[in-house]
Ligand binder design. Structure first.
Ligand code: SAM
Length: 349
């Protein structure tokens, strides 16, 4: 057996490789290895979650952001971004609509917008939980203080998604302005975990300046942190950012890494992301076949969807919209999986 395939066997058995081994796995990726990894990832996922795919209704609550991440289309320096924020009533209406469509998790995502103070957010989270006690609420609102996360958790939020973006500190500094600190992001993740959130990290595949060594570090971080959720999707440039002319990430490497992550941490909730669906018409299906078990259709009011443009041509309608759930279900069924109406919590034995 070649070194590559014996590393894949080792990963499946031990759920751990050294940094050098992860790097080798990435640098020597090929179609055959991708197929073997996907088969093992699929078997691993089926042993825990069967053929079910969980859906989350994604509500993009605000595109105001105080941050200036160099890759992101809603960064504060993008003066061409038409800003909006949803009212509490609009958010609750999205949840009501999502509930009748069969969603049992609502993800509130947005830029870091001070308007969404702890009090406002806690009030919204409590109302969602009151209206739909059988649903989970996931927040994805960036870096906040430990105290703020504690209040949100006490208000009833169940999960929090905060991509670490890169596990390499020097790389982090190339993707973010000076005032954003790697250490702070990592501390936020630790705090979220400590407070009892189902916690999600993640990174962009093919982000500017990313090397295979850095991806190896991301994998090591995932191996050690054991996130409940992990969002990985290709970097896609946005025309109004300093990275407008940078190359985007590939669907192939994203799917390859989805399989690797499934083998590293079998119970992880792993979305086939919108970015993957944006760069490849069959991205959702490819992601699921590679080991992903979550999809997050867009449940935001249609009037604002185009404004939450993180990258060029970001999908938000058609089969990306929550309203097309039936169509999405059919597509997923075709490849042997089934969308279910369930909260879809992480499996913890
Ligand atoms: N503000 C929150 C945060 O920082 O976690 C949530 C919103 S943020 C826009 C959500 C994610 O979008 C980021 O974690 C980043 O990985 C991803 N993203 C931003 N710009 C992107 C781009 N150009 N291509 C792909 N993904 C991107």
């Amino acid at each position: 057996m070649t070194k590559l395939f014996s590393l894949i066997e080792k990963l499946e058995k031990e759920k751990s490789l050294s940094l050098e081994e992860y790097q080798y796995l990435i640098e020597n990726a090929n179609e055959e290895a991708a197929a073997v990894l996907a088969e093992k990832a699929d078997k691993t996922r089926r042993a825990i979650y069967g053929n079910t795919v969980f859906i989350r209704g994604l509500i993009e609550v605000s595109n105001f952001c105080k941050n200036d991440c160099l890759y992101c289309g809603i960064r504060r320096s993008n003066k061409k971004c038409e800003r909006y924020r949803l009212t509490k009533d609009e958010i609750l209406e999205c949840c009501d609509e999502g509930y009748s469509l069969g969603f049992r998790t609502f993800v509130l995502q947005g830029g870091e917008d001070a308007f969404f103070s702890d009090d406002r957010l806690c009030d919204i989270v409590k109302s969602i939980k009151q209206n739909h006690p059988d649903c989970a609420v996931t927040l994805s609102l960036g870096e906040r203080s430990e105290e703020s996360y504690r209040k949100l958790r006490l208000a009833g939020a169940d999960r929090y998604l905060l991509r670490h973006e890169t596990a390499d500190e020097a790389h982090y500094a190339k993707l973010h302005p000076e005032e954003m600190r790697f250490e702070n992001r990592m501390n936020c993740l630790k705090n979220l975990r400590k407070l009892g959130f189902q916690t999600g990290c993640g990174f962009m595949v093919g982000s500017p300046f990313q090397t295979t060594q850095m991806i190896a570090k991301d994998l090591k971080f995932i191996e050690e942190f054991k996130p409940d959720m992990c969002g990985i999707g290709p970097f896609v440039p946005h025309r109004e950012t300093p990275f407008a002319d940078k190359k985007g990430g590939s669907a192939e490497l994203t799917c390859y890494l989805l399989s690797v992550i499934r083998l590293i941490h079998p119970p992880v909730l792993l979305p086939a992301t919108t970015a993957l669906g944006t760069i490849d018409g069959n991205g959702r299906e490819k992601g699921i076949l590679a080991g992903a078990n979550v999809v997050m259709p867009n449940l935001s009011p249609s009037s604002v969807r185009k404004k939450y443009e993180l990258y060029n041509n970001k999908l938000s309608d058609g089969d990306e919209s929550a309203q097309s759930k039936e169509n999405l279900s059919k597509r997923i069924k075709k490849i042997g999986y089934e969308i279910v109406t369930a909260r879809g919590d992480v499996y913890n034995g």
